[in-house]
Write a protein that binds this ligand. Structure first.
Ligand SMILES: Cc1cc2nc3c(=O)[nH]c(=O)nc-3n(C[C@H](O)[C@H](O)[C@H](O)COP(=O)(O)OP(=O)(O)OC[C@H]3O[C@@H](n4cnc5c(N)ncnc54)[C@H](O)[C@@H]3O)c2cc1C
Length: 184
């Protein structure tokens, strides 16, 4: 992973060579492991460049017949909860739709309520400024924090928060297909 701070970049999303050039130019004059990492970069044909962004919703993930799930909904940033949030959200939405026999108004209201509480673990901060500080002092502080006891405690708290949901055992309203049975 190559992270750097920059103004919002405009680049062709499907042009991997252009994205690789941006990374090469950004890290061009750095010492340490940077030259070797840049040399490795030439061999990767599946890289992608993206901003560390955070979606902020106004407390509801649904409108009309549209429901948002995962990163598009819960305001997760690069902090380690994204996959769990997306999977739990998908489970809850499917379960609520099945329980309400397809009445999406009832199902969406329940989905919004359950996920609004649980998705609080995503927090309100974008991890970008922490992960890619603007100054040498900031980089030192970040590295110190990542090796500190404080960080270990924060991770433990994170584990606890990630498990802070009692998933409803939704009734199985759909007959399992042969493929489902094999997976189970
Ligand atoms: C570098 C990195 C490290 C991460 N590390 C962790 C980690 O350690 N733990 C963790 O829990 N989470 C981690 N995450 C976050 C995690 O990957 C996401 O939170 C999770 O993938 C969100 O799932 P999603 O289904 O909402 O979105 P995605 O997984 O992004 O899926 C969205 C899909 O929609 C497709 N798509 C987009 N636009 C269109 C379109 N117009 N038409 C059709 N398809 C489209 C995309 O190609 C993609 O396949 C990390 C993320 C990154 C970038």
């Amino acid at each position: 992973m190559y992270m750097f701070t920059a103004p919002e970049l405009d680049y062709p999303r499907h042009d991997i060579a252009a994205q690789r050039r941006i990374v090469e130019e950004t890290f061009a004059d750095m010492g340490w492991h940077a030259p070797r990492m840049l040399a490795d970069l030439a061999d990767f044909d599946d890289i992608y460049l993206d901003s560390i962004s955070q979606v902020r919703m106004n407390g509801t993930y649904t409108r009309g017949r549209v429901a948002l799930l995962g990163d598009a909904a819960y305001g997760n940033t690069l902090a380690g909860f994204g996959t769990g949030l997306a999977v739990v959200g998908a489970y809850v939405l499917a379960g609520e739709l099945a329980s309400a026999a397809g009445d999406h108004i009832t199902a969406f209201a329940n989905y919004d309520r359950i996920m609004k509480r649980y998705a609080k673990i995503a927090g309100n901060n974008n991890a970008g400024p922490f992960l890619a500080p603007k100054t040498a002092l900031g980089i030192k502080a970040r590295n110190w924090f990542l090796g500190s006891r404080l960080f270990t405690l924060m991770m433990k708290y994170g584990d606890k928060a990630a498990n802070d949901i009692d998933l409803i055992d939704y009734p199985q309203l759909v007959e399992p297909t042969p493929q489902h049975s094999r997976l189970n």
